[in-house]
Design a protein around this ligand. Sequence first.
Ligand code: FAD
Ligand code: NAD
Length: 475
Amino acid sequence: MIRTKVLVIGGGPGGYVAAVRAGELGLDAVLVEASRLGGTCLIRGCIPSKALIHAAGKFDALNHTVGGDALGIAVRDAPTIDLARTVAWKDGIVDRLNRGVQGLLRKAKVRVLEGWATFSDAKTCTVETAGGTETVRAEHVILATGSETVSLPGLELGGPVISSTEALSLSHVPEKLLVIGAGYIGLELGTAFRKIGSEVTVVEARERILPNWDEPLTIPVKRSLERAGVSLHLSARVEAVERTEAEVRATLRTSDGAIARITADNLLMTVGRTPRTRGWGLETMAVDMNGPFIRIDDHCRTSMRDVWAIGDLVGEPMLAHKASAQGRMVAELIGGARRRFDPVAIPAVCFTDPEIVSVGLSPAEAAARALETTVGQFPLSANGRALGMEAGEDGGFVRVLARRDDHRVLGVQAVGAHVSELVGEFTLALEMGAMLEDIEATIHAHPTLTEAFHDAALSALEHAATEAHRVARSG
Ligand code: FAD
Ligand code: NAD
């Protein structure tokens, strides 16, 4: 029997960050991971998908120079891609980061058990390791088992019906790819496969792509998908799927009620993810649930004393940086610190073409809360750096939303190439309670995309001043 102060289940960005922080604080910690350290994010999610998206973008850019482009650059022959080599390159990055996590845990003196944990009560689990069964009893348990792909009812993953995990390790480019769900994964990976040559069809149940995002941000993405030749079926449903070893034949009900039949080499299932709450004895722990998620308070405490839960397991947003922030906080709470999980904003980035970022409230969300606001928007087509990087002509913009009375920034959104790299500044502005005047007073380096944030803030101030003038005159 291993007795420990802290037991962490799951080595994803929630669990490994919690375990490392616990170790750094001098707490005796054990981490159990059934698969590879790094979890969904590092092994089969964020990192590998962004590497594939980068490779696809490079291939696409080369393709556009065949015969000459507007910059005067020409290559004679169309580029080729050896997807098995691309995947091997991506695996190299994953292996390197996986070793990095192992190193961090070693340095923090965290004991790692490789195997599946099963609880028999809230503080005791057994782990099936290669060397036999270990029983672990802990004072504090941090649950970080993450999430898994959801499939359509009656349609099991397998063979040509794949999830993002298989899509990130294909050995060849599918000639035809059918993507179900136009959310984060469907559009990030669907776009990448289109760029490397697949004929891509996307089926979305709702009336627009990225239905959870503010619509104006999604319009440049929709235009880009259409330009790239991705076939979009919105307000559509898959009625039936037949499959052989080599292909799928799907029957769709389209928005006008007609039936469409689509044949594809692969069907990529991207209709969402669900918390991993089964198969490890959660039912023996007597913790309260919140729908499919584990219920927590603002300290990530479950209803069972000294059992904590973090990351995808506890609800939206299911994002790596939220999991890590919660993991770090819980370790510090166990170490005796006074902390609370109460961020002003959790940034979200969609790595589509162009990219979308959102932090804080959108204008519609502010309106729903009856907040009086002022909005400033600046087009990337007027930003010199964007134009010089061929990133100004895709309908991109930066938008700032602030309270009308004191000009406190409530939300920042952007769409455009490379805007993911602006999100740190946006989040910092919100977290530090910046006013539009703070952004105005901050000198932004020239020429950079960050100037578009400054310009959007100036536009919001101008808008506020015009409004005040108009109100004064009418009064
Ligand atoms: P996970 O990373 O899922 O880790 C849970 C770990 O627990 C797993 O390693 C699992 O093997 C282990 N485990 C589960 N049960 C047990 C058990 N009983 N015993 C032992 N081990 C167990 N988020 C972003 O912020 N940015 C992105 O760009 C992004 N891209 C993504 C792309 C894809 C294709 C996918 C699928 C997800 C992406 N995400 C992204 C989401 C992100 O991966 C998750 O939000 C994040 O990994 C959640 O972290 P976690 O620690 O809660 O769980
Ligand atoms: P998602 O929730 O982003 O998108 C699912 C889409 O499928 C939605 O548009 C939904 O309307 C649609 N849908 C649902 N049922 C359908 C059906 N029967 N037929 C057709 N369409 C249907 O989910 P996802 O893309 O699977 O990603 C899962 C989670 O992973 C995300 O919510 C996010 O938390 C995380 N993720 C984040 C990033 C990032 O941060 N860049 C990237 C990938 C994944």
